[in-house]
Design a protein around this ligand. Structure first.
Ligand SMILES: Cc1cc2nc3c(=O)[nH]c(=O)nc-3n(C[C@H](O)[C@H](O)[C@H](O)COP(=O)(O)OP(=O)(O)OC[C@H]3O[C@@H](n4cnc5c(N)ncnc54)[C@H](O)[C@@H]3O)c2cc1C
Length: 551
């Protein structure tokens, strides 16, 4: 049948469904580690070498691959193991940045929010927030601010801000403290699954020809005539070292950027000041019955002048976060007792039933790569949260800062800077604005909200492929089947129990005790699929950390 005939006779909706089905009928790429390592060993030179597989690096790899560049991305651990799996899971303009008067940052993020919700509708969706008021002036005061937020979003808005009576606020937030409640303000933002979005980016970039490898740290830069011309890597699993030359090397290593910058400077006989100040943010997860319903709660001003969120996510409730300067960068940062006390204490002021330490199902910390303030500036809430791109005299491009919501715009910006600096030749226009990520279908709205318990719906148009694998009916944990584990290893780069239970499934982040209890079964299947040690013991140690509530 001719395409023209189809277009004339089918309704727009049917046509979109057809495209979606065609998308889904392309089998997912295999990500078997030995095949990837063989391909890596054969690479001599590429256009773009990206170091770091978080939101920033993965977004860049996809943008560059779509423009026809040859791309290799190397990640030291697993994709999104760093900050990019530890966000509050909001796709947002940033209400508090608006309060700080950072209008351009908020406007850009609001427009990116819209694109993300369109391009990955199976992993990101709109979410209504309510700010409860306990003082008469709060509803009109915050209402005006949030109307401005709507105005900045313009056509990219997700819904109108509404001023609520006390009764309406309570209906939206059934678990909130009713005593003294005067009203509230309801506004719209988005939420997403950060680690699964990272994987969708990695897999989409791979579909476009990029080669992406996890567990492959860059261990050194290669310089020639004072210029960075490539990197040296160590690939675990095969235990091999190798070298790749690149026209352009981008350091997208988040809070770790200063380590590569230092190597670059040392090799070039310069001394560099550190660029990043890490700031720790902690989240605490409790059961949904502390705040039933489908609205998130925003506390506009905590004791330390921050905002606090209570966000329904994948069947649980996330409370957070904090902003604590750190002088040490740890792969698995540990929540501090003071941070947990702060979160539970602030939540107790607003929830009818105060969450106690024994109610905590999981807790985790992430490090914000904040671009360093001038000496002695102190307070991290005032540090620049926009992204920063620096090109060293030897041509090493470093990008850091920003937020998950704006990863796509950051990538576009990096490529423009690389072109302006002559590191890359003139490129075709950026194609990521409307590019559907793996698993997304055109015109698709999320049928099941991200607030609901996880399940096959999180795979979007790829659900059918998962269901074809052995063990589709064998449930390992609620919403996690044996087939999903096999899919994680075969198509989503998973190598270990942690990869599966922390970032393909999010069980470790939702309920660490349950994650530990199913880990041996998961290890058995991962071992069957890979033939390698699935690192069960180290996962059990990690799960104990996510369960331990410092108090
Ligand atoms: C507590 C908290 C809450 C947040 N909430 C939100 C939110 O709700 N919404 C939002 O939009 N943003 C949020 N953010 C911000 C967002 O998460 C970050 O801006 C983003 O994840 C940073 O991504 P990245 O790729 O720059 O860094 P990372 O995700 O840390 O990625 C860097 C990667 O580089 C790798 N790496 C390091 N050294 C090497 C090497 N030598 N070789 C190879 N790889 C290497 C690391 O292993 C890591 O995976 C939050 C951040 C925090 C900390």
């Amino acid at each position: 049948m001719e395409t023209g005939y189809l277009c004339r006779t089918l309704s727009a909706v049917t046509f979109f469904c057809l495209i979606a089905d065609m998308h889904a009928s392309v089998p997912p790429l295999e990500t078997r580690r030995l095949d990837l390592l063989q391909r890596l060993a054969a690479v001599r030179k590429v256009d773009l070498l990206v170091v770091g597989g978080g939101a920033t690096g993965l977004g860049l790899a996809l943008d560059a691959a779509l423009r026809g560049l040859s791309v290799v991305l190397l990640e030291a651990h697993d994709f999104a193991k760093g900050t990019s799996s530890r966000a509050t899971k909001l796709v947002h303009g940033g209400v508090r940045y608006l309060a700080q008067g950072n209008v351009s940052l908020v406007r850009e993020a609001l427009h990116e929010r819209r694109k993300l919700l369109h391009n990955a509708a199976h992993l990101a969706g709109p979410l209504a927030f309510v700010m409860p008021s306990y003082k008469c002036w709060e509803t009109p005061f915050y209402g005006v601010g949030l109307k401005a937020y709507d105005a900045l979003a313009g056509q990219a808005g997700l819904g109108s801000t509404e001023l609520l009576s006390a009764r309406q606020a309570l209906a939206c937030l059934p678990g909130v403290r009713a005593e003294g409640l005067k009203g509230g303000v309801k506004y719209w933002d988005g939420q997403f699954d950060d680690a699964r979005l990272a994987l969708a980016l990695a897999r989409s970039a791979a579909d476009q020809g990029a080669l992406l490898i996890n567990y492959c740290p860059v261990v050194g830069l290669v310089h020639r005539n004072g210029r960075v011309v490539g990197v040296r890597y160590h690939a675990s699993g095969a235990d091999t070292e190798g070298q790749i030359e690149a026209r352009c090397v981008v350091n997208a290593t988040g809070v770790w950027v200063d380590s590569l910058r230092k190597q670059d400077d040392t090799a070039s006989g310069r001394s560099a000041e550190a660029m990043v100040t890490p700031s720790q943010g902690v989240h605490v997860v409790v059961d949904r019955d502390f705040l039933p319903g489908d609205h998130a709660l925003l506390v506009p001003r905590t004791r330390d002048g921050r905002v606090l969120f209570a966000v329904p996510w994948l069947g649980k409730l996330i409370l957070g976060t904090t902003d604590t300067l750190c002088d040490h960068i740890n792969e698995e940062p540990r929540p501090l007792a003071g941070e947990v006390r702060f979160i539970l204490g602030e939540a107790a002021n607003y929830l009818a039933r105060a969450p106690r330490p024994e109610d905590v199902r999981s807790l985790w910390a992430g490090l914000r790569p904040l671009v360093k303030p001038p000496r002695n500036a102190g307070d991290t809430k005032k540090i620049n949260r926009e992204h920063t791109i620096v090109i060293s005299p030897s041509g090493l491009v470093t990008v850091t800062g920003g937020k998950w919501t704006t990863y796509r715009a950051m990538a576009e910006d990096v490529l423009a800077r690389c072109t302006d600096a002559g590191l890359l030749e003139r490129l075709p226009p950026c194609e990521t604005a409307d590019f559907l990520l793996v698993g997304a279908s055109a015109g698709q709205q999320p049928k099941v909200s991200l607030a609901a318990a996880p399940g096959i719906h999180n795979y979007g148009s790829e659900g059918g492929w998962v269901m074809k694998l052995p063990g589709a009916d064998h449930e390992i944990a609620p919403g996690l089947s044996e087939a999903m584990l096999r899919f994680a290893v075969r198509h989503e780069y998973a190598c270990t129990v942690e990869d599966v239970l922390a970032r393909r499934s999010r069980l470790l982040f939702l309920d660490a005790a349950q994650a530990a209890s199913v880990a041996p079964a998961v290890a058995g299947i991962v071992h069957q699929e890979t033939g390698r040690d699935p690192e069960l013991d180290s996962f059990l140690t990690l799960a104990a950390q996510y369960r331990h509530v410092p108090w």
